[in-house]
Design a protein around this ligand. Structure first.
Ligand code: ADP
Ligand code: 5GP
Length: 197
């Protein structure tokens, strides 16, 4: 059964890392590529990591009602294009959205059947450690993200599922279990299930 999965949680918690594992493990699951007005980081590719849009182009797409949801995060705009989700669902795939909390709320309102998962850190200090070790953001950008993280953590109770990303392997197994249960694919039926558990 095709479903929309919303994966949210504070910056640096490990959403991207967990989703990369999830996509390797669960057949038929695809990531929606978001649009953003922020600058590409080193190594990011337009159309693969994000659709990088100029602010006026983002505005044009808002006016055209091209977005399912959009939000401002840390001074930049981010949004999910309807076409990203619709095309994948029409092809029979399930879709993962990796988005922040305001966007997750909008998707919850627009698509009540979406499955909402909050990824939480084992403790607040791990967020700073992980953002610093990732090495993609300036100290100012990290501080700004951690400020937003406090508000995001307060929203945890709104989500149907919470996965604490303490040990990566354990958290990846738990997230995979949630997704497989929702899609109705048991653990032993995927082509990619050759890892030892
Ligand atoms: P997000 O997408 O939520 O911003 P990332 O997936 O980029 O977070 O992860 C942030 C950093 O934390 C990365 O360097 C990643 O390798 C690391 N990381 C992810 N999960 C864990 C974990 N369970 N334990 C320790 N480090 C982790
Ligand atoms: P980053 O700049 O680290 O790539 O992303 C910053 C934040 O924006 C993260 O919390 C990420 O999940 C969120 N984000 C990415 N794409 C979207 C989107 O399409 N919509 C919303 N609302 N948030 C997004």
């Amino acid at each position: 059964m095709s479903k929309v999965f919303v994966i949210t949680g504070p910056s640096g918690v490990g959403k991207g890392t967990l989703i990369a594992r999830l996509l390797e493990r669960v057949p038929g699951l695809e990531l929606s590529i978001s649009a953003t007005t922020r600058e590409p980081r080193e190594g990011e590719v337009d159309g693969r990591d994000y659709h990088f849009l100029a602010p006026d182009e983002f505005d044009r797409r808002i006016a055209a009602e091209d977005f399912i949801e959009f939000a401002t995060y840390s001074g930049h705009r981010y949004g999910t294009l309807r076409s990203e989700v619709r095309n994948r669902l029409e092809e029979g795939h399930s879709v993962v959205l990796e988005i922040e909390v305001q966007g997750a709320r909008q998707v919850r309102a627009a698509m009540r059947e979406s499955v909402q998962v909050f990824i939480a850190p084992p403790d607040p200090a791990s967020l700073r450690r992980r953002l610093e070790s990732r090495g993609t953001d300036s100290l100012e950008a990290i501080d700004a993200r951690l400020e937003v993280a406090e508000q995001e953590m307060a929203a945890q109770g709104e989500f149907a599922h919470t996965v604490v990303n303490d040990d990566l392997d354990r958290a990846a197994d738990e997230l995979e279990g949630i997704v497989r249960a929702e899609i109705g694919i048991p653990l032993d039926s995927g082509a990619n299930d050759q890892t030892t558990r």
